[in-house]
Write a protein of this length. Structure first.
Length: 62
């Protein structure tokens, strides 16, 4: 279980993401997910899922 923004959860659930590999757990309280940095390790290849998320983030903020 990990808090992520609803936008990230919906992306992962969608056809362009991991097609339902996660579920969203509704809470009776708000969870604030603060902005974060996108970092990678030099000379290390990202997994296909990580690459998909990485590229999506870059497209959205670019």
């Amino acid at each position: 279980i990990a808090p992520v923004s609803i936008q990230v959860a919906r992306f992962i659930q969608g056809a362009d993401g991991l097609a339902g590999a996660i579920d969203v757990v509704q809470t009776e309280f708000d969870i604030e997910v603060r902005p974060y940095s996108l970092i990678t390790v030099k000379n290390r290849v990202l997994s296909p899922a990580a690459k998909m998320l990485h590229d999506f983030i870059l497209r959205e903020v670019g």
